[in-house]
Write a protein that binds this ligand. Structure first.
Ligand code: ADP
Length: 592
């Protein structure tokens, strides 16, 4: 990864995380708003039902009034013939009385032609009396069906109201006229105006005719067809009131009757929760409009919570990712280390093999000198013995001659053994050869090779060899170890008056319940004065030697150590009884 891409990456990540937090906060705010709106809509629906009930009850209270009055004999008889001014006066006063008792807005009596023959508001300038209302749908409905109802703006009074009418009939069932109650809703509108909600009532054509706030009445909630417009003109339902369209745009729908809408209302563009309730009995629809109020605090809390959750998640995943990466790096390091150790071990083994070989050659060189000396001596002796043998034969002393042959024979056999052994010693044996062999025999062999020195230097040997002591290993290599140990001992004792060499082989008993295998312990002790304390830890180091240049390479013990460990044993040293004591252990051969 280049430096520049690194430097750009961090700010990019930070930016991404922040963008995520902002997004989460935004979504949470939106969700909260949605929920709050839906809740609000639900509450509005409940209130709307209450308002609807109020309106319905109000109308129901007056529904029976025109029917009851239509049975009144005085009113019926007034319609049965031409109306005199006295009759009219009586009717007017009667209707006035009843109207104030029933608390309706206006009562009027229409004759069969739709002419108002009496009305409760006869005293007022806007009196209905003498006007013809045959064009009003409620009159036509009453004439045709017996009852009528119609909401309209009064053509005379200019005051809108709900007209409920009932037919007045003769005993024979003939249509005599109509009894009409007009209901106005100023109290209702006033009462509804107390709350902050907007309440509208629209007719079947979608025209608002009741509103609790100014500016909302006579608005068209939906486009009005030409035929409907013609009908409006004919019935003069809203008379001279100008109708104007109300533009609304649905932003969000909660259900069939609940929406969030934007309205170009009298107060400009405003968002409202709009709930509608159809009033089936009247064919009207009641609307409740409420300005949505989502608590800013709730939204902020939701946003903070969402952003917090987002950041927690991000940091948690970053933390986990980091841990995973660290674990991977550790794993890789471990693998690399293992590989390195393996390689080093292999190198070491190669180096060790080389050391063994070169030490062998060095030993061979040293030994050649000793052997040359060793062989020269018997050769000189043999030449003299051969001369005396020739003399004995010259004198015909055959028996003596035979006897003189015996030492010759012995000397030749020993020389053959020595050279034969030398041959095998110089050969590089394959490392790791593990044959079954007797440790005591190995000691014998090594002592045999060093016999000349032992004899010349008058070394007294003490041997305690348990035999057979079977182990697994390479005979030639183990022999080399023994020769190294023995030769070091002889070297150490060279100038000492007392020369005592002790070699022991003993079985080492493991502790009673130990799972350690039984092993053989071989010790080589001498009386050469031992090893200086500070050198005890170094003697097994390659090239550590205290011998003069040319005498020692410092490889003998290092190689021996390696060979013993390779065979699964141990080699250590201490000072004991006036000299050094080397202790070698090897596991007993399990098959033995
Ligand atoms: P070298 O014999 O070539 O010096 P070795 O590795 O065989 O190399 O021995 C290392 C050194 O250990 C010797 O130089 C000697 O100082 C010391 N050492 C080994 N064996 C004995 C011993 N039996 N007594 C005293 N010193 C010893």
């Amino acid at each position: 990864m280049s430096f520049t891409s690194r430097t750009f990456r961090l700010p990019l990540y930070v930016l991404l995380i922040l963008a995520g937090a902002v997004l989460a906060a935004g979504l949470a705010m939106q969700q909260t708003e949605r929920h709050a709106l839906a809740d609000d809509a639900g509450r509005a629906r409940g209130q709307l039902a209450l308002y609807g009930n109020t309106l319905h009850t109000l109308i129901e209270r007056y529904r029976a009034l025109p029917a009851v009055l239509a049975l009144d004999p005085e009113l019926r008889s007034a319609l049965s013939g031409p109306v005199s001014s006295t009759t009219q006066d009586t009717v007017n006063r009667k209707l006035e009385r009843i109207n104030s008792a029933a608390q309706s807005s206006t009562l009027e009596l229409l004759d069969r032609n739709g002419l108002a023959v009496g009305a409760s508001n006869w005293r007022l300038p806007s009196s209905y009396v003498g006007h013809n209302y045959a064009f009003r749908p409620y009159f036509l409905q009453t004439k045709a069906q017996g009852v009528g109802r119609f909401y309209a703006v009064g053509v005379t009074s200019g005051i809108p109201g709900y007209f409920l009418s009932n037919a007045v009939t003769s005993d024979a069932g003939d249509f005599l006229g109509a009894m009409v109650v007009k209901l106005e809703f100023p109290e209702l509108e006033h009462e509804w105006g107390q709350g902050s909600d907007l309440l509208l009532v629209s007719d079947a054509k979608g025209i608002v005719f009741i509103a609790n706030q100014p500016g909302w009445r006579y608005r068209e909630l939906q486009p009005i067809s030409a035929s409907d417009r013609a009908e409006l003109a004919a019935t003069r339902q809203y008379d001279k009131q100008p109708l104007s369209a109300l533009h609304r745009q649905v932003i969000q729908a909660f259900d069939d009757n609940g929406h969030l809408v934007r309205i170009e209302g009298p107060d400009g563009a405003v968002d409202y929760l709009w709930e509608s309730l159809p009033l089936t009995a009247e064919g009207w629809t009641l609307h409740l409009l409420r300005k949505p109020q989502v608590a800013a605090e709730d939204m902020r809390n939701a946003a903070l919570a969402a952003a917090g959750t987002w950041l927690t998640l991000v940091f948690l995943s970053l933390f986990l990712y980091q841990r995973w990466r660290l674990a991977r790096v550790h794993q890789r390091n471990r693998e690399e280390l293992e590989q390195l150790v393996e390689e080093r071990t292999r190198d070491l083994r190669t180096a060790q093999d080389g050391l063994v070989q070169s030490a062998k050659l060095a030993a061979l060189g040293q030994m050649s000198a000793a052997l040359a000396h060793e062989i020269n001596q018997p050769l000189t002796a043999q030449r003299m013995q051969l001369a005396s043998l020739r003399l004995l034969l010259d004198h015909g002393r055959i028996d003596d001659a035979y006897q003189a042959l015996t030492p010759l024979d012995q000397q030749l056999t020993r020389m053959a053994a020595l050279t034969g052994h030398l041959k095998t010693f110089a050969r590089k044996s394959p490392s790791g050869l593990r044959e079954r062999l007797d440790l005591a025999a190995v000691v014998d062999q090594a002592l045999l090779l060093l016999e000349p020195r032992l004899r010349d230097e008058r070394v007294s040997c003490v041997l305690h060899l348990t035999r057979p002591a079977y182990v697994r290993g390479d005979a030639i290599r183990l022999e080399q170890v023994l020769i190294n140990l023995l030769r070091n001992a002889l070297d150490a004792m060279r100038d000492k008056p007392l020369k005592r060499l002790e070699v022991r082989i003993e079985a080492e008993q493991p502790a009673h319940n130990s799972t350690k295998p039984r092993q053989w312990r071989l010790t080589v002790g001498d009386s050469g004065g031992g090893i200086a304390q500070e050198h005890l830890t170094n003697v097994f180091d390659p090239f550590f030697t205290t011998k003069p240049v040319g005498d020692g390479l410092g490889l003998g013990l290092a190689v021996s150590y390696a060979i013993v460990h390779e065979s699964g044993g141990t080699l250590c040293v201490d000072n004991h009884g006036g000299g050094a004591r080397f202790t070698l252990t090897l596991p007993t051969d399990p098959e033995a």
